[in-house]
Design a protein around this ligand. Structure first.
Ligand code: NOJ
Length: 766
């Protein structure tokens, strides 16, 4: 990603940053209001707007990529010159992919000291799962169901990135997705709107904290509004066609929750939704988000998504695309160059009301004031602080904690895990076991290569056992440091004999297989969900000589590991866990940490089942009663159900659920209580899950919906009575007119340790 260097302009930028041109930026004094501290941010923004020309206001709505990193298609030749010129004119309100105090200073100085009003830039960056110290990918973090830990992880990322001059992250991605073929499921919280809403809020709170102007907080961004996770056939950027019920009940809730949590920005999306590109969708942005939900922050387009409305077949040229986008409510143009080129003329020609420009600029300036950028535009630009706050030990502790909590024990036959700490011969097999870059995952632009702890390193830190290593097979062809280098069709089996020979000699084989960290993420859709390359063959070849296999998966999406589930005794889902990956995996394998993660996404048995999700609708022919096996909703060649359902995850101990009591206080207050007992031999944590089914409704409801969860830690033999309350908020739903309603009638209540719940009770609510 670092390959785009326009060295001449880099040089110019750095030179200009070191020149000491004393200019007054648009701090309170320059807008004549510094003596009146009582003025609200709103008043200050209005005063500033009065001083701005139309072009300067539009400039605030223009966001350029920096000169160093890229997270979208390569810009055209000459773009760098244009950006530099626009920066100096005050026609740039924000930049992305500029990072580190030095780089940020070089552009901020131009904005502050060389433009007429000196309005500071807001610096955006994809701080998705950590900045330099990398935490698990968001899907992995979501598997912890631990909102406090997730909030802490976002806070750590905010603190480290803010010290590097970043003001604003393009996270959290709160897109719900049911299709593991879509590579970006790694960036979200999975398939469930309830869990996704809670996690989205935790992330927003972690990034933004209580005070946006503090040195260790950054503005968050709920993205991608809306429907991006429902790309047809899981192909990124593809068409989205969903009905009102899915839109209101599945796609919208995490966005609504993020707004209620005070998220400062939204990003719209690349996809069209029901025939209209989201970027140009007035219904989404003006009617719903800014209208009905009262969102007061600003909306940024996605990279080039305004100009992409031409390719969508929605706008005939850039002029029309800009007009549609601003009218629809997109406040800031990321890398389309269209607002800065087209909007002023559109206003002068009377096609766009200047009030729309004022409103967008007002929203953007407000966030800049809230960040404290007008008090001191260089407040986040202190090299000493950057040094002090980069890679702190407490960040490593936090991401290690998060990584352990993210691991899901999928299977553990005959208690093969945890491993004995000494006296064993362990063969570690798989290229991913020895890869110190792949665990950093997909969004790791600021992290240095080769900075993750490998599984091999993590295991070796536990002395006592004799550990050997054989690669067996590569996951990708050649070294993969950047996504553009990703080549996945490996056929080379030359490493098999060595792996087989090591396996033969071992008591236990640990096979680390799955996807390279860059194999999931943006633009990385797949049509197969199996182990890429020859890894399945490797697994089967090793299995022939040693059945004592612990399969450790590294992946950014659910995989179809049906053969492994049938044959391999222990399977550990370890995702892409970030900087501390190997340490976290070792601690779990050796039982120093008892796994408690639960899947935030269904694992299908075969790719042909997707989209597969636990909260499906019944259909009119839901069951398959023998002997009539034809006319029911089923497949000829596979069962309907999941390999591992949503919410599934084992522990080194066992839990027993009993004594479900449902106390109907009123139709708006139902108290569900039950008993949880640790029936195993070690202390463990269980994510207890509460589901409902609204049995008959004017708009049909899913067979199960998650409506509550809690993390409960118990000593062996310890029991706890747990009680959770359902209100009309959990029992109601959105009808097809978008109204939230509660309908009385029959409900089922379920509790248990996964969406295949254990206890249930039917109730009637009036
Ligand atoms: C495109 C992605 O869709 C978006 O999520 C990201 O924030 C931007 N690129 C900026 O990198």
């Amino acid at each position: 990603m670092k390959h785009f260097i326009t060295s001449l302009f880099v040089l110019l930028l750095l030179l200009s940053s070191s020149s000491c041109i004393e200019k007054v930026f648009a701090k309170d004094s320059s807008i004549g209001i510094d003596d009146n501290k009582a003025l609200s941010i709103n008043d200050k923004v209005n005063a500033l707007l009065l001083k701005m020309t139309l072009e300067e206001k539009i400039g605030q709505m223009n966001q350029y990529n920096g000169f160093w990193d890229l997270t979208g298609p390569t810009p055209k030749d000459g773009d760098a010159a244009k950006k530099y010129d626009h920066l100096k004119k005050g026609y740039v309100g924000s930049m992305l992919n500029v990072r580190g105090v030095k780089e940020v200073m070089s552009v901020q100085k131009i904005a502050v000291e060389e433009t007429r009003l000196g309005i500071p830039l807001i610096i955006g960056f994809d701080v998705i799962h950590g900045y330099k110290t990398i935490s698990p990918i968001p899907l992995a973090e979501s598997a912890s169901w631990d909102l406090e830990a997730i909030k802490m992880s976002a806070h750590v990322a905010a603190e480290e990135s803010a010290a590097a001059g970043i003001n604003w992250t393009f996270a959290p991605m709160v897109d719900i997705s049911r299709d593991a073929r879509w590579g970006r499921v790694m960036e979200g919280a999975g398939e469930d709107p309830y869990l996704g809403s809670k996690i989205g809020v935790a992330r927003v709170e972690g990034f933004q904290g209580d005070d946006l102007s503090a040195y260790n907080t950054i503005a968050a961004c709920a993205k991608h509004f809306a429907g991006y996770g429902f790309a047809e056939a899981g192909r990124d950027y593809n068409t989205v066609d969903v009905g009102t019920s899915t839109l209101n009940n599945i796609i919208f809730p995490p966005f609504r929750a993020a707004n209620e949590a005070g998220v400062k920005t939204f990003m719209n999306s690349f996809n069209e939704l029901n025939g209209v590109p989201a970027t140009g969708d007035k219904y989404l942005q003006r009617d719903i988000l800014k209208g009905e939900w009262g969102f007061e922050g600003f909306v940024v387009s996605d990279w080039g998504s305004i100009t992409e409305m031409i390719a969508h077949g929605h706008a005939k040229d850039g002029t029309q695309a800009a007009e549609i986008a601003i009218k629809a409510g997109s406040d800031m143009d990321m890398e389309s160059y269209l607002y800065v080129e087209e909007l002023a003329k559109l206003v002068k020609d009377g096609k766009v009301d200047e009030e729309l420009i004022n409103d967008a600029a007002r929203r953007i300036l407000t966030v800049k004031f809230e960040l404290g950028l007008f008090d001191d535009p260089y407040k986040y630009l202190d090299e000493a602080r950057e040094k002090e706050f980069t890679g702190q030990q407490k960040y490593h502790d936090a991401v290690l904690d998060m990584a352990k909590k993210s691991i899901v024990l999928l299977k553990n036959e005959n208690n093969l895990l945890p491993l004995k700490k000494d006296g064993q011969k362990i063969a570690v097999i798989g290229a991913l076991a020895n890869d110190n870059t792949s665990p950093l995952g997909s969004w790791r632009i600021a992290a240095d290569d080769s900075t993750a702890v490998t599984v091999l390193e993590g295991l070796k830190a536990y002395s006592g056992n004799q550990i050997t290593y054989a690669k067996g097979a590569d996951v990708t062809i050649g070294e993969t440091k950047f996504v553009t280098e990703l080549k996945i069709n490996t056929t080379d089996k030359s490493g098999f004999p060595e792996a087989i020979s090591e396996a033969e000699k071992a008591d236990v084989v640990i096979m680390v297989l799955g996807e390279h960290g860059l194999q999931s993420g943006e633009g990385r859709s797949r049509t197969e969900l199996d182990l890429p390359g020859v890894q399945q063959d490797l697994l089967e070849a090793v299995y022939k000589v040693n059945k004592n296999i612990v399969l450790v998966l590294n992946n950014g999406r659910p995989l179809t590991i049906t053969w492994a589930d049938e044959n391999i005794p222990a399977i550990v889902e370890a995702w892409h866990l970030g900087t501390q990956s190997g340490n976290a995996i070792a601690q779990v394998l050796y039982g120093d940490y008892n796994p408690s993660g639960k899947l935030p996404m269904t694992f299908p048995r075969r790719v042909g089942q997707v989209p597969l999700y636990y909260n499906y609708k019944s259909t009119g022919r839901p069951v398959l009663p023998a002997p009539d096996i034809v006319f029911w909703s089923h497949y000829q060649d596979e069962e309907n159900g999941a390999l591992y359902p949503f919410g599934h995850g084992l522990s080194y101990t066992s839990f027993e659920y009993s004594d479900l009591v449902v106390d109907i206080k009123s139709s708006k207050e139902v108290v569900v209580s039950f008993n949880l007992k640790n029936t195993g031999k070690v202390k463990g944590k269980e994510v207890v899950q509460l589901y409902i089914q609204d049995l008959y409704a004017s708009v049909t409801r899913p067979v199960k919906e998650l409506k509550g969860f809690e993390l409960v830690e118990l000593e062996p033999n310890q029991s706890k009575n747990i009680s959770m309350t359902l209100t009309d908020k959990e029992l109601g739903f959105y009808d097809n007119q978008g109204n939230f309603i509660f309908e009385s009638g029959d409900f089922k209540i379920f509790v248990g340790g996964s969406s295949k719940t254990l206890l249930e009770k039917k109730i009637e609510l009036e």
